[in-house]
Design a protein around this ligand. Structure first.
Ligand SMILES: *Cc1c(COP(=O)(O)O)cnc(C)c1O
Length: 457
């Protein structure tokens, strides 16, 4: 059959608010033209993030009821540990309440102060936790990954030559660990190839540097390897994931992504000393090592989620959804990052609204307009989120101006995607009317969450 269907049927439904343009114009004004201030009851389709917004399956809800809430030695923990070990092969599995807790603990264990930690692209919380511990986060993305319109199968790959250069320049003793993020969230959800992971391992072993994978979307990455990399067509997602992890010494995970659950995470490592340190910090700051800040029922939901995410029918539907939406937009001429990645479609705001210069926040203007037209909430990833100022107060723009349409897992149907595409295409057709914006108030750190904005007439 040609028609691709959602590989599930719906047992519980949640009503979504349907609002009018007039209402949404008022909501936007009340939200200071920052979609982060919008309330759920004002949002028809929420594409702010794919993190923790997954719809759980009937099996996960059933597992939740069957949990063992023991403080220590809970059977729910052992189910969780068992499946994570099966997938990753790592010796120590340490649960955390979400990904950034795993990162915080890992960088405390490695004592990163004054040292360099390379990655393809650090996610903002990863970078934040390194810098908070006075380390230096290095992004070594391959050049192909930086060009939005350029087609390349593995735009998430780390630049191996640059990695080796960096090691020679700073010395292996100043690089306590090196990372790779799969898929590369900050770079458009683009995958990393097995070859790239293998070569990274080769370089790092030569210099004795530990290798950790930020594996939030390991299953989506494995699916791309199966579809695009030679020699993997006949392997299962589990086998591909196992091979990916076999090259690493450990991993950090936000299970709010490919754990198919609403919260959770873990640190995994083969290093006994790191594990011992991590468990000590965990007990002081998160909880006992058999729950790590999670309710045991969450570990149950995760144990089932990690099984379900390996299902190829699910991944085909998941990646297919993103591609479907991306293709609809491309057919209408809307500029996006190509090819589409794993968890969302990224609009290229520079080409979408070339008349709005980066210092006037084109991505924010587009995100507001899409919401005004349709009630679809998206998020700017550009000058609002990453813009800086020089000594004279002039705007320094990041490399790309993007609007992310992150697709929650198993939540929206193809009709919802058609509605989203219609909204974006309408905003694009009327792009000449997109207005410049200015910031009227901002916080000192991570300003995008709470920034207040206005249009410039
Ligand atoms: C979400 C995410 C994190 C952080 O995880 P949280 O659960 O949000 O704390 C780290 N790295 C990547 C690549 C992510 O996508």
């Amino acid at each position: 059959m040609k028609t691709k269907i959602e590989p599930f049927k719906i047992k519980t439904v949640e009503e979504i608010p349907i609002t009018t343009v007039q209402e949404r114009e008022k909501y936007l004004k009340d939200a200071f033209y920052n979609p982060f201030y919008l309330k759920s009851e004002q949002i028809t389709i929420d594409l702010l993030t794919d993190s923790g917004t997954t719809a759980m399956s009937s099996k996960q809800w059933a597992a939740l009821m069957d949990s063992d809430e023991a403080y220590a030695g809970s059977r729910s923990y052992y189910k969780f540990e068992n499946i994570v070990k099966k997938i990753t092969g790592f010796k120590h599995i340490i649960p955390t309440h979400q990904g950034r807790a795993a990162e915080r603990i890992l960088f405390q264990c490695f004592d990163v102060k004054g040292k360099y930690i390379p990655n393809n692209t650090h996610f903002d919380t990863t970078r934040g936790n390194i810098e908070y511990n006075n380390g230096i986060a290095l992004d070594l993305l391959n050049e192909n990954g930086k060009n939005p319109a350029f087609h390349y199968d593995f735009k998430g790959n780390i630049d191996i030559d640059k990695l080796e250069e960096v090691i020679k320049k700073y010395g292996a003793e100043n690089i306590p660990l090196s990372m790779i993020t799969v898929t590369n969230n900050s770079g458009g959800g683009q995958p990393v190839s097995m070859e790239n992971i293998r070569k990274t391992k080769e370089v790092l072993s030569k210099y004795g540097i530990p290798f950790y994978i930020d594996c939030c979307r390991f299953a989506e990455n494995a699916y791309f390897i199966k579809k695009r990399e030679k020699g993997y067509q006949d392997k299962s997602i589990l086998e591909i994931a196992q091979e990916m992890f076999s090259y690493a010494d450990g991993a950090t995970m936000s299970a709010k992504k490919d754990g198919l659950s609403n919260t959770g995470g873990f640190i995994a490592t083969n290093d006994d000393k790191i594990a011992e340190k991590a468990r000590t910090i965990l007990i002081v700051t998160e909880g006992f090592p058999t729950y790590g800040g999670l309710a045991r029922r969450d570990l149950e939901a995760l144990a089932v989620g990690f099984e379900e995410v390996l299902n190829e029918n699910y991944l085909e539907y998941r990646i297919g959804q993103i591609e479907y939406l991306g293709n609809k937009l491309l057919e209408a001429g809307v500029p996006i990052i190509e090819p589409t990645g794993g968890h969302g479609v990224y609009l290229d705001a520079k080409r979408f609204a070339p008349h709005v210069a980066p210092e006037f926040f084109p991505g924010q203007s587009i995100a507001n307009e899409i919401y005004r037209i349709s009630g679809v909430r998206t998020v700017e990833i550009g000058s609002v989120m990453f813009g800086k100022k020089d000594h004279n107060g002039n705007h320094i723009a990041p490399e790309m101006e993007l609007v992310r349409l992150a697709i929650p897992r198993r939540v929206y149907t193809q009709n919802h995607l058609d509605y989203i595409a219609e909204a974006v295409i309408e905003a694009y057709k009327n792009r000449d009317n997109l207005k410049k914006m200015k910031i009227v108030w901002e916080a000192e750190f991570l300003r995008h969450f709470t920034v207040k904005m206005e249009y410039i007439d």
